[in-house]
Write a protein that binds this ligand. Structure first.
Ligand SMILES: C[S@@+](CC[C@H](N)C(=O)[O-])C[C@H]1O[C@@H](n2cnc3c(N)ncnc32)[C@H](O)[C@@H]1O
Length: 232
């Protein structure tokens, strides 16, 4: 009986939580932000219920990734696995044209906040695609959203099983331009959850392809970001 009550309470408080998130977004947009500030906002935006914005990252790791992406001067960014929108906030700061954010979850409740992530002076727009990245029809929706463009950067942070992350890499790498970057989250071997199997995929990929790793501490539990640069 506890869970349905929790859901009802979240649903009833949604307008309040959305109002709070809008105020927080206005605070974020009140002045021009540096990259370091945006990373800090992505991790500590806060909020309640469905409107909480957050990313769980090691600051040094996400900063290295953000700098590598910024150096691409990205127009289009594709993200698989958006969750509470923390990394989406960051990509919305970096992309000049569009961020296409994909998640299994229905993101319609967060849409009024997520769609307004880009800074006021930015011409970037945010497209939210809810569905299973592994389904062929979902891939077609991504292709339609790209409309013939290639992404400069693809962030794979969705299904963390070895089969899931492998499928996302094989299915979506064709959408990244030559010279672009594909990044994976949670590449270190010691993960807190057994379903976090990205390390198994990563160890295999490393044998076949040149990679770069952003791992703050070799002994850490969880996290770690790996990138592959698409050959020119
Ligand atoms: C670790 S969270 C993403 C975190 C987010 N990138 C951030 O750091 O702010 C993983 C998300 O992937 C989504 N996901 C898992 N499997 C998926 C699939 N097959 N297709 C699309 N999204 C998926 C989950 O619903 C979850 O919200």
């Amino acid at each position: 009986m506890k869970r349905p009550l929790k859901h009802l309470s979240r649903w009833l408080r949604l307008p309040l939580h959305r109002w709070q998130a809008k105020r927080r977004l206005a605070e974020y947009h009140a002045r021009t932000r540096s990259l370091d500030e945006v990373i800090d906002w992505a991790m500590h935006f806060g909020g309640q219920g469905h409107m909480k914005v957050q990313t769980l990252q090691v600051p040094w790791e996400i900063t290295q990734l953000a700098k590598a992406v910024q150096a691409l001067e990205p127009k289009v960014i594709l993200e698989i696995g958006t969750a509470r929108g923390g990394t989406l906030l960051l990509w919305s700061y970096l992309a000049s044209e569009e961020v296409i954010a994909c998640d299994l979850n229905d993101m319609s409740r967060q849409a009024p906040i997520f769609s307004n992530f880009p800074p006021p002076q930015s011409r970037c727009r945010v497209s939210l695609l809810s569905g299973d990245s592994h389904r062929p029809e979902f891939k077609q929706r991504v292709a339609a959203a790209l409309a013939g463009r290639k992404a400069d950067f693809l962030f794979i942070d969705g299904d963390h099983t070895v089969g899931g992350v492998t499928a996302d890499y094989l299915d979506y790498r064709e959408f990244v331009r030559p010279g672009g970057i594909i990044a994976f989250h949670d590449i270190v071997e010691k993960q807190p959850l057994p379903t976090n199997q990205v390390a198994q995929f990563w160890q295999k990929l490393k044998q076949e392809t040149p990679v770069e790793e952003f791992i703050h501490d070799a002994g850490q539990c969880g996290f770690g970001i790996g990138i592959v640069r698409v050959p020119d």
